[in-house]
Design a protein around this ligand. Structure first.
Ligand code: NIG
Ligand code: FE
Length: 415
């Protein structure tokens, strides 16, 4: 079995196995072990302690003086599989068009769907695989990926099969979400019900049969899908044992949060627009609020009220929302920086939200998201830095120096 020993380092996010999600005030506490070593065996974290008790060198040994060892980022919301970037729309927005106007004129998600339709499954896989490798090199060690640029039976199946292939080759865990209800395709413009029927009656049984999804998702938003449609999708998912992670409250508050709570969703994602009643409803539920600050950053929109959510005792989570329309980056260190700079989260809160809580938002908290004996050894070693606050402070810096996945060191030239 491979052995790896990292010495003379500071371990960050050190937890007992029973710490699974961090809510409210507990988000502030980020336990560290200074002057420490950590030993990985096979794909697991075997042991760690302070240097007085350092075991003799065995296997691969790294002296990480001045550096920190983190658990890998857990990115619980991405649209990693897509055909092409949409930088032309970025230019249109600079010139004054809004995201909604671009979407209403056939751009946006529909633009991505047309491009995806024209691309072969293999090309799509190659492009997504390349992106996945880059994200792993930037410190991501668990990820969720959505469909939603297919918008037809063939297109959605193509995307979900690509995600399934990624799962098969990926050294990090991947969760797949079925987001057929991402935008209404042009062919169903006059027949919303027909599209929902297609997704729920025809596609979902196939998806379940081929084990193509772990969750269902829907874009619950004006101009996209209604609360009633979201309820229908979540109900259908629940019938097959697929829980929901939904896009809601990005631009409007329309009742998506209450519906998600009623259907015992895992998470409600975005929450740029959220009112007090919704915050207290969330506080009385187990639904995880996932914030995606790179989307409002990129759209120059307003940011979710992270402080109010934390003050209400909620387990705020951070994810990248990597997608070609609203967040063309999956770099979690930048998400952490935005959370501190724009959402006024403390570095400790942001790091907790992007690691252990991210794992919980993918139901992976027993194996990922913290430095805990017995958990999978998905870690990164930072470059020398003065303190952990340097991560959001040095927001353009490449802070990851070495990456460990399943106890194995990634070749340096890949990082
Ligand atoms: O999470 N909000 C809906 N979906 C994506 C954007 C998708 C796109 O524009 O391609 C999001 O921001
Ligand atoms: Fe999204």
């Amino acid at each position: 079995m491979t052995e790896l020993l990292i010495k003379n380092t500071t371990l960050v996010q050190v937890r007992e196995q029973n710490t699974t999600i961090l809510k409210g005030e507990t988000l502030r506490i980020l336990p560290k072990l200074e002057n420490a070593w950590i030993r990985c065996q096979g794909n697991q974290i075997l042991d760690f302690d302070t240097m007085e008790n350092c075991p003799p060198d065995q296997g691969h040994v790294i002296d990480a003086k001045g550096r920190y060892v983190f658990p890998s980022w857990c990115d619980s919301h991405t649209h990693l599989v897509f055909a092409a970037y949409r930088e032309q729309e970025f230019v249109q927005r600079i010139s004054g068009m809004s995201y909604a106007e671009i979407a209403a004129s056939g751009g946006g998600i529909l633009n991505s769907a047309r491009r995806l339709c024209a691309m072969s499954e293999d090309e799509l896989f190659q492009a997504a695989h390349q992106r996945l490798k880059q994200l792993i090199a930037s410190g991501t060690g668990a990820i969720e990926i959505k469909s939603g640029y297919g918008l037809s039976a063939e297109g959605e199946l193509k995307m979900l099969r690509v995600i399934k292939k990624l799962k098969a080759v990926s050294p990090i865990p991947i969760k797949a979400s079925f987001l057929g209800a991402h935008a209404l395709p042009a062919a169903y413009k006059e027949d919303r019900k027909g599209y929902m029927d297609l997704l729920i009656n025809e596609l979902l049984p196939k998806i379940v049969d081929e084990q193509l999804a772990d969750y269902v998702d829907i874009f619950c938003e004006k101009g996209f899908f209604s609360v009633a449609e979201a309820e229908r999708m979540m109900e259908a998912g629940n019938k097959y044992g697929l829980k929901a992670k939904i896009h809601t409250n990005q631009f409007n508050s329309m009742g998506g949060i209450e519906a998600a709570i009623a259907h015992e969703a895992i998470s409600v994602d975005h929450l740029e627009v959220v009112n007090k009643a919704e915050i207290s409803a969330l506080a009385n539920s187990n639904v995880i609020p996932t914030l995606l600050p790179s989307a409002p950053f990129f759209l120059q929109d307003h940011y979710p009220p992270a402080r109010q959510l934390i003050d209400a005792g909620l387990p705020v989570t951070l994810a990248s929302d990597f997608n070609p329309g609203t967040s063309p980056s999956g770099k979690m260190a930048f998400v952490v920086a935005l959370a501190c700079i724009k959402l006024k989260m403390l570095p400790s809160e942001a790091i907790n939200a992007a690691t252990l809580n991210g794992a919980a938002a993918m139901e992976l908290e027993n194996d990922y998201g913290s430095i805990t004996k017995g958990k999978k050894a998905n870690l990164f070693i930072t470059k020398p830095m003065p303190s952990i606050a340097y991560i959001p402070y040095g927001f353009t810096e490449k802070i990851v120096e070495q990456v460990i996945i399943n106890g194995q060191l990634l070749a340096k030239e890949l990082v």
